[in-house]
Design a binder for this molecule. Structure first.
Ligand SMILES: Cc1cc2nc3c(=O)[nH]c(=O)nc-3n(C[C@H](O)[C@H](O)[C@H](O)COP(=O)(O)OP(=O)(O)OC[C@H]3O[C@@H](n4cnc5c(N)ncnc54)[C@H](O)[C@@H]3O)c2cc1C
Length: 421
């Protein structure tokens, strides 16, 4: 095996498709039953941002191909990117149907020749004789595969940590979100005053809490306006999230919140036909570990559009940290700024033939709240796939790889790479 990719979130999907299209034998390992990660199993299907100031496209490639095909198949429309306004940046994300997204990924894996192992989890890995010996856990127990390169797209830096390289974990974590899709009511016809009064009464009785239906400790109807998608906050202790008990506790807390909302709404006029029809199978995690990379993207560098000789993609999104005390901490990008992502942020310090992509790339906490966004995860995934393929093709290490070759490979496959100065 040339490359083994751990995790089929948006980063892993793009990494696998790119590596296979570049001619590599590639195995994609995913613990759940479908691709997409937070976009599908987490129920947050609004990837962004692909377009920047004046509507100029800054991220394309495999991620954009998937998003565009989803929109075309669904017959929905794209936002008007030319009207881009940083104050309303979220309006320029592209809602996609998560079911179609996962089906398209499978189709593209097949066409490109990606080998996929769903229902399989990474159990360990070690480097021996210039190869990764990877232990996986399938339904019948442990088995081994070997690969020249491993790309960690687990969202939690599991492979990097298991391989013994340093990772960073924040002392406190942004809340997660248990996402659902509701039907059976019309938000435009609701009696908001009556609902607010009923809500406060239920709150007094301890039947519901504000963060069940919104992102703040105050009153909010985000949940109803969004029909349940990405509209609550589930808290979990940062030091516990990676333990089986901590992670399970988070899932249970998410479903408890959904049940409270359901029971409350079912009693209100207008919700007689309320139906929770699609729940993200996992509580969406905004923040966990990042790698200690050769280069760390800092908030200051991100906001100042630091230029890197080894830039692999742009990462256009404001700093956007969901915070317990201050609600959401936002630092909008100044006019004209389009931040860059260097290849060094994808390489764990001191590692060999090991890459990381997606929300775990080396970045400080504030920068991470921007680069964790799906379009950027897709672009870093595609870059990691191309790096692994080129290193194999030219028999070089990541340090020796000619950045111009990488640029050419990415552009050949539709990606946008920042110009070198
Ligand atoms: C509530 C919420 C709202 C958000 N809103 C937006 C938004 O509106 N727009 C936007 O663009 N982004 C948004 N984001 C950010 C974005 O969705 C994520 O940061 C991004 O999708 C992460 O992609 P990823 O591929 O790096 O990781 P993930 O999506 O976490 O994918 C990791 C994959 O790896 C698998 N995996 C994990 N560990 C293992 C293992 N050990 N072995 C095998 N498989 C494993 C997982 O099952 C998963 O499929 C939001 C995130 C959250 C949580």
């Amino acid at each position: 095996m040339s490359v083994c990719i751990i995790g089929a979130g948006v980063a892993g999907c793009c990494a696998a498709i790119q590596a296979a299209r570049s001619g590599e034998e590639c195995l994609l390992v995913e613990k759940s039953a479908l691709p997409g990660g937070t976009l599908t199993t987490g129920g947050v299907a609004c990837p962004g941002l692909f377009h920047a100031w004046g509507g100029k496209q800054v991220i394309a490639g495999i991620g954009w191909e998937l998003v565009k095909e989803c929109v075309e198949l669904a017959g929905t429309s794209m936002p008007d990117f030319s009207a881009f306004d940083m104050n309303y940046f979220w309006h320029y994300q592209v809602p996609v149907n998560p079911v179609i997204f996962s089906c398209l990924c499978d189709q593209k894996f097949k066409e490109a020749g990606v080998k996929v192992h769903y229902h399989t989890m990474l159990a360990g890995l070690k480097r021996e004789n210039n190869l990764w010996k990877i232990t996986l856990c399938g339904k019948d127990g442990l088995y081994e595969v070997t690969a020249d390169t491993v790309i960690d797209c687990s969202g939690d830096a599991n492979a990097v940590k298991m391989a013994g390289f340093a990772v960073e974990a924040p002392g406190e974590c942004q809340p997660g979100t248990s996402s659902v899709r509701c039907t059976g009511y019309d938000a435009s016809t609701l009696d908001w005053d009556a609902l607010r009064a009923a809500f406060y009464e239920a709150m007094e009785k301890g039947e519901i809490i504000p963060e069940d239906v919104g992102w703040s400790k105050g009153f909010s109807w985000l949940f109803l306006q969004r029909y349940g998608e990405n509209a609550n906050h589930i808290h979990f202790p940062a030091d516990k999230w990676s333990t089986p008990e901590g992670r399970s506790g988070m899932e249970i807390a998410g479903r408890e919140a959904l049940l409270r909302v359901y029971k409350f709404l079912k009693k209100q006029p207008g919700f007689e036909k309320l139906y929770m029809r699609y729940v993200g199978m996992e509580c969406g995690v905004r923040e966990s570990r990042t790698i200690s990379g050769k280069v760390t993207i800092t908030e200051a560098d991100f906001l100042a559009e630091k230029h890197y000789d080894d830039a692999v993609c742009y990462g256009f999104y404001p700093v956007d940290l969901h915070d317990d005390k201050e609600f959401i901490i936002k630092r909008l990008l100044s006019e004209g700024i389009v931040p860059q992502v260097p290849m060094g942020a994808l390489i764990p310090q001191g590692s060999e033939a090991l890459l990381a992509a997606g929300r775990i790339i080396a970045s400080d906490r504030m920068a991470n709240s921007a680069v964790r966004i799906q379009a950027t995860c897709m672009a870093t995934g595609q870059a990691a796939g191309a790096i692994s393929a080129l290193c194999k093709r030219h028999n070089v290490s990541t340090d020796e790889l000619d950045i111009n070759l990488l640029r050419q490979e990415l552009v050949k496959h539709g990606a946008i790479v920042p110009e070198q100065q």
